[in-house]
Design a protein around this ligand. Structure first.
Ligand code: SAM
Length: 294
């Protein structure tokens, strides 16, 4: 049955909450979460509605992160995993600190291309780091078979492994390494929502498939457009997502099929009918073409 409290929507398997995760997280029972995916503000001055992600110093930002990461760790089961993202410049602070709390098994780089505005005086940032940590390196979930990708050298070149007693073709698939290429979410993509830092479903799909099993519970304290909950739902996992911005909470309510309207306001998908306006040059070229054709 759909629960519809003022700031909580749930169908039993998927629950979303509107509010500050550093407070609401305390309501989650300790040791009840299988996987946490945390994609917080990065302290790089982005605007999330009214909220500007800017802390007075790197240390102040790191301290804030440490507070909610401590809470996330407490909510994880003994076999649980935590994936945490932040900016390239902030990650070293978290990486050094988290080593005394959890085992860091991988330092993943999510990289992408960009044809937008490029840095001209330094090498522009085309990746975001992700730490993959577990509570107990002797006992954790990692479904390697569920995330295999094409092994390009073996599959494309049909290589034979002559080191074997009986030479055999190389395996066509492999477990991905720690450099992941996924395009960023763009306006024309089906999954696009109106949010400045929406993460691709493909990225979450890899994480959720690898580090949880069907029926497990996934928690995302900074849900944004609720990508984590959407992918968890599709993959048969339970999920809890928290987001403090009401407009983004409404996106989640609609995206997850938890509501079609809130407080009398219909929840509608973003309008993707926008067409790029012609530049002055394109417009004048078209005009001269029309004149020539007359
Ligand atoms: C980097 S975005 C997350 C994007 C998300 N992974 C997605 O795919 O859409 C961070 C989000 O955290 C939210 N946020 C910032 N501080 C928060 C807090 N204390 N509690 C809950 N949400 C917060 C922001 O409004 C923003 O939507």
């Amino acid at each position: 049955m759909l629960e519809n409290l003022e700031h909580t929507l749930s169908d039993g398997a998927t629950t979303i909450r509107l509010g500050d995760c550093t407070e609401l997280i305390n309501e989650i029972p300790d040791g009840s979460i299988d996987l946490v995916f945390a994609d917080p503000p990065y302290n790089i001055g982005k605007k999330f509605g009214e909220f500007k992600d800017s802390w007075p110093s790197d240390d102040a930002y790191a301290l804030w992160c440490q507070e909610w990461i401590e809470l996330c760790i407490r909510k994880l089961r003994p076999t649980g995993s935590l994936y945490v993202m932040t900016s390239t410049q902030a990650m070293p602070y978290l990486d050094l600190w988290i080593r005394s709390k959890m085992a860091v098994l991988s330092r993943v780089v999510w990289h992408y291309d960009s044809s937008g505005v490029q840095a001209r005086k330094y090498y522009g940032s085309l990746y975001e780091p992700i730490l993959f940590c577990v509570k107990d390196p002797a006992k954790y979930v990692f479904n390697a078979d569920a995330i295999e990708v094409e092994a390009r050298t073996g599959a494309v070149r049909n290589l034979i492994d002559y080191r074997k007693a009986v030479p055999a073709p190389y395996k066509n698939t492999k477990i991905p390494g720690n450099a992941w290429y996924f395009p960023r979410v763009r306006y024309r993509m089906d999954e696009y929502e109106d949010h400045p830092t929406q993460k691709p479903e493909a990225l979450l799909e890899r994480i959720i498939k690898a580090s949880s099993n069907p029926g497990d519970t996934v928690f995302d304290p900074f849900s944004g457009t609720f990508t984590t909950c959407a992918v968890a739902q599709r993959l048969g996992r339970k999920s809890l997502g928290i987001e403090m911005n009401e407009a983004y909470f409404k996106i989640g309510a609609r995206r997850l099929g938890l509501a079609t309207e809130l407080n009398g306001e219909p929840l509608t998908a973003p309008d993707k009918s926008f067409k790029r306006r012609k530049s002055k040059r394109e417009a004048s070229e078209q005009m001269s073409l029309e004149i020539t054709n007359e």
